[in-house]
Design a protein around this ligand. Structure first.
Ligand code: SF4
Length: 418
C-alpha cells in the first residue's frame, strides 16, 4: 500500500513571516500593561449602576449597563441573529446551529489569555460586555428571554445544541449550574443537547459530576495552546494569567471518567507557535483517551496581546485540519503520518485515492465542534467566520462547494488523481 505524500510545502506569504507556518519564536505576545485602579474589576460599570433594559447590543460609547449571570448571558452575533433578537445576515449562511451562551459579569473574565478579546488587560479600554470576542460583538440577553424563545419554537428551533461557556470568575461554577437547571426545566436536553465549555481553573471533579447529573451532554476543555510551553506563554505566568496546563489536564481526565467516551473534548488553536507534529500528537492523545479535538485557526483578535502577530498561513492550517480529521474520524494514527524537520505534515498515512475522497467530501474543512443533528462529524457549532475573514475562509460554516474544494486543494497543493 503506498501512502500519499504531497510535494514539499511552499514557502509563502505573510510579510512578517517568511515561513508557511507560524514558528514559536515569532509568536511572542505583547506584555500586558498595568491597569489604572479606577478601571479594575468593572469599577466603572458597578459605580454607574445603569439598569439593563432587555437586550443590550455592545456599544462602548454608552454607559454599559450592570448585567450579571445567571439573569443575563451573552451570545455571539450569529446566535443573536438566529434567535431573532438582533437583525443581520451572514455571508453564505442562514443561521448557526449552536446557541452559545457566555456567562457575563461587570468584573469580566479574571484571566488574561494572550489571544483573547475578553482578557482582563482590556479593562482600561472597554467594559466587559462591550468587548469583541472571536472577532464579533456579543449581545447580552436576559436568560429568561432566551429560554422563552427556544421553548416557544419547540421542534422548529433552528438550534441543534446549546453550549454554556464559562469564564474565569468566582461566580462562574455556581452560575453555570443555575443556567443549566433553568434551561433543562423548560427544554428537553434530548431535543437540544447541552455542552459545557469549561473553565478548569476554578473547577473540581465534583463540579464536573454535578454538570453531568443536571443533564449536560458533552464537556469540553479549551486547552487552546497545544504544548505546555505555549500554554504557559499565552495563558499562564507569561501574561499574568492564572491557568495551568496540569489543572486543565486534571479536569480533562475527570471529564473522560465522568462523561465517558465521545462525550468530552478539547479545543486547540493552530498557529500560535506549535509545530504541526506537536498539534497532531495532542490530537492523537485526546482520541486515545476517547475524546475529540475541536480545532480553530489562529486569527489575531483586535485588542488582544497577540493582535500584532500573523494569522496562521492557510498551508499550515489546511494540513493540520485534514490530518486532525483523519485521526478523529478515519482511524488514521499520527504514527502513520510523516513530518519534515520543521514538523510539517509530508505524508498523511493513507493511499492517495482515500485522501482524495476525504478532501472531496469536504467535511474535514468545516468548523469543528460538538455534533448536531446531521452527523457525528458535522459540528452544530458552526460559528461563521470566527477564525478567518469570509474572503479567505479557514473553517467552513457550511458544506464547501466544488469551487471551495478546488481552493482548498490549491492551499494543500494536492492535485486530484484522474
Ligand atoms: S479564560 Fe477564556 S474568556 Fe477568559 S481570557 Fe482566557 S480564553 Fe478568554
Amino acid at each position: 500500500m503506498s501512502c500519499y505524500r504531497p510535494e514539499a510545502p511552499a514557502t509563502s506569504t505573510p510579510a512578517a513571516n517568511p515561513h508557511d507556518y507560524n514558528p514559536f519564536a515569532l509568536m511572542q505576545p505583547r506584555a500586558p500593561q498595568a491597569i489604572p485602579k479606577e478601571a479594575r474589576n468593572g469599577a466603572r460599570v458597578i459605580a454607574n449602576d445603569v439598569a439593563p433594559q432587555g437586550v443590550y447590543l455592545p456599544d462602548y460609547n454608552v454607559l454599559t449597563p450592570s448585567m450579571r449571570s445567571p439573569e443575563y448571558v451573552q451570545m455571539s452575533t450569529a446566535a443573536a441573529i438566529t434567535l431573532g433578537v438582533t437583525p443581520g445576515r451572514m455571508y453564505r449562511c442562514e443561521c448557526t446551529r449552536c446557541l452559545n451562551l457566555l456567562l457575563t459579569y461587570p468584573e469580566g473574565c479574571r484571566a488574561n489569555c494572550a489571544y483573547c478579546g475578553l482578557a482582563r488587560h482590556r479593562e482600561a479600554e472597554r467594559d466587559y460586555a462591550d468587548r469583541n470576542f472571536i472577532r464579533v460583538d456579543w449581545p447580552a440577553v436576559p436568560l429568561d428571554t432566551t429560554i422563552d424563545i427556544v421553548a416557544r419554537d419547540g421542534a422548529a428551533s433552528p438550534f441543534h445544541r446549546m453550549c454554556i461557556s464559562m469564564i474565569t470568575h468566582p461566580r462562574s461554577d455556581a452560575d453555570t449550574l443555575t443556567v443549566l437547571e433553568r434551561w433543562t426545566a423548560r427544554i428537553d436536553p434530548s431535543a437540544i443537547p447541552v455542552s459545557i465549555l469549561s473553565n478548569p481553573t476554578t473547577m473540581t471533579r465534583d463540579d464536573v459530576k454535578r454538570l453531568r447529573d443536571l443533564g449536560a451532554d458533552i464537556f469540553t476543555v479549551a486547552l487552546d495552546a497545544a504544548t505546555p510551553d505555549l500554554f504557559e506563554r499565552t495563558r499562564g505566568k507569561g501574561v499574568q494569567s492564572p491557568h495551568s496546563w496540569a489543572k486543565y489536564w486534571e479536569i480533562l481526565h475527570a471529564a473522560r471518567d465522568i462523561f465517558g467516551p465521545q462525550k468530552f473534548g478539547a479545543h486547540i488553536i493552530i498557529g500560535m507557535g506549535e509545530t504541526e507534529a506537536e498539534a497532531l500528537t495532542l490530537v492523537q492523545r485526546i482520541v486515545d483517551l476517547g475524546g475529540h479535538s475541536h480545532m480553530f485557526c489562529f486569527f489575531p483578535e483586535q485588542g488582544s496581546l497577540m493582535d500584532h502577530l500573523p494569522a496562521t498561513p492557510r498551508d499550515q492550517w489546511r494540513r493540520v485540519q485534514l490530518a486532525r480529521y483523519l485521526i478523529d474520524y478515519r482511524d488514521v494514527r499520527v504514527e502513520h503520518m510523516r513530518f519534515d524537520a520543521a514538523g510539517r505534515v509530508i505524508d498523511y498515512g493513507i493511499p492517495k485515492s482515500e485522501l482524495d475522497a476525504v478532501i472531496d467530501a469536504g467535511v474535514a474543512f468545516r468548523t469543528s465542534g460538538c455534533p448536531g443533528k446531521v452527523a457525528e462529524d458535522v459540528s452544530a457549532c458552526d460559528r461563521p467566520y470566527g477564525d478567518s475573514p469570509p474572503s479567505n475562509i479557514a473553517s467552513y460554516p457550511f458544506a464547501p462547494a466544488k469551487s471551495d474544494i478546488a481552493k482548498i486543494r490549491r492551499q494543500l497543493r494536492i492535485v486530484r488523481s484522474q
